[in-house]
Design a protein around this ligand. Sequence first.
Ligand SMILES: [Fe+2]
Ligand SMILES: [Fe+2]
Length: 183
Amino acid sequence: MNHDSNKSWYEASLLELLDCIEQSHQTVLDNLIPVIRRNIEKALTVDKQYRQMLTSLNDVFSLFADEIESHFAREEELLVPYIRQIDWYDKNNGDKPQIPLNSLTNPISQIEYEHDITENTLLKTMRIIASDFKAPPDASSWLKSLYKGLEKLEQTIHEHIHIENDILFPKAIQTEMTVLHGK
Ligand SMILES: [Fe+2]
Ligand SMILES: [Fe+2]
């Protein structure tokens, strides 16, 4: 299964989707964000003519990085274990597990609100500040790499949010309804 094929993700099981989501969190936190942070720091020392733009970009990027880190933590501490529990219960007989949430609908609304802020405020602002990630001809290789990294980050987050909002969450809500109410 690969990230470019929406069709295959629509056919994926809840457990496959959760694995994909957790892997993607790790890629963003351990790989994409640190490389972008290093490239901003280098570009700030080299591309002095773009210092003002880079300072603004750095401010928004720092907000983004803090927000996405706590967002991923909330998903992994609350939603992921709960969805694994309802999936387990859906497949196995026995006593209902102790379910910590009354319904997935409330925490998912909050998570979707956070997705909206991330996409429509933070990512969009970085794209505007960085002129659609088109590096000027006199940009250093750090600045060019920075723009490539930001574009890759934007694409990864859009895809990630699409899988959560449009595939994982509706499937989890459906499974929860079956498990709790037999609908
Ligand atoms: Fe996520
Ligand atoms: Fe998310």
